[in-house]
Design a protein around this ligand. Structure first.
Ligand code: IPE
Ligand code: IPE
Ligand code: MG
Length: 240
């Protein structure tokens, strides 16, 4: 059985720093050149009819990078949201975020809020930016919430199940990604969507994110479509 188009694609946009280094430039130059890839993948997904695209843009751990890089990235985020709003509107894309929104600089928060408000009625692709996000942070927040409800007597511990936990995550109401793309060849998850990728197909390319184009997206989707997803069962069951 072959799979159709994924409803939800997630991507770990990695390799900006190495891309810049290869060109003898500062790391931030790589981040600036990552925007084109974001635009191509977003437009590509919107055109194909993918419903959700989650892009890992800044992890909880990325706060530990040199201060110049962190502030450069935050500034770039503000500028990019402003500049790319047109692209989102033209492509009927709705923007949302996951992650610790409060920990972002106020300017980023306000720019994002405005873009989310302006795109909230768009009915095409939902673009989810993971900002100050990590899977363990998200699960920890969910556990705290659930514990509070149990403590207050609003929830019985015996009623906790996988579906309920899913509803306490940042990705509530978003289906799990069927396909996860990571660029730059690193063979790890780096604390991304830990709960949600339980059965996600992983596609890793050595291409660095600033070089990633629409054709690379199509290649990843084709690879996904050639896989047999068994979900713990056996081939004969899946094919009957
Ligand atoms: C990904 O590229 C972007 C962010 C993590 C913000 P990197 O900045 O991690 O680039 P490399 O991995 O050092 O090449
Ligand atoms: C993962 O990339 C985070 C993002 C792409 C935003 P990193 O470059 O931070 O991951 P590691 O450190 O190589 O695992
Ligand atoms: Mg990296």
């Amino acid at each position: 059985m072959t799979s159709g188009l994924p409803r939800h694609i997630a991507a770990i946009m990695d390799g900006n720093g190495r891309w810049a280094k290869k060109k003898g430039a500062a790391r931030i130059f790589g981040h600036k050149n990552a925007i084109k890839a974001v635009r191509e993948v977003t437009e590509g997904c919107a055109e194909l009819g993918v419903e959700f695209l989650t892009l890992y843009a800044f992890s909880t751990e990325n706060w530990g990078r040199p201060i110049e890089e962190v502030s450069g990235l935050m500034e770039l985020l503000v500028l990019t949201i402003k500049k790319e709003l047109k692209t989102l509107l033209n492509n009927n894309v709705r923007l949302t975020t996951i992650g610790s929104f409060q920990s972002l600089p106020k300017k980023c928060q306000s720019e994002l809020m405005e873009a989310m408000e302006m795109t909230k009625d768009n009915t095409g692709l939902t673009l989810i930016l993971a900002l100050s996000y990590s899977g363990r942070w998200e699960i920890t927040e969910a556990v705290k919430q659930i514990a509070k409800e149990v403590q207050h007597g609003d929830l019985m511990a015996s009623n906790i199940n996988e579906e309920l936990i899913g509803q306490y995550l940042q990705t509530r109401d978003i289906p799990d990604p069927e396909l996860l793309i990571r660029t730059s060849g690193e063979l790890r998850i780096s604390n991304f969507l830990l709960w949600q990728i339980a059965y996600t197909e992983i596609y890793i390319t050595s291409k660095l994110w600033p070089d990633f184009r629409r054709e690379d997206l199509y290649e990843a989707i084709q690879a996904f479509q050639s896989r047999e997803r068994r979900f713990g069962r056996i081939s004969e069951q899946v094919n009957s």
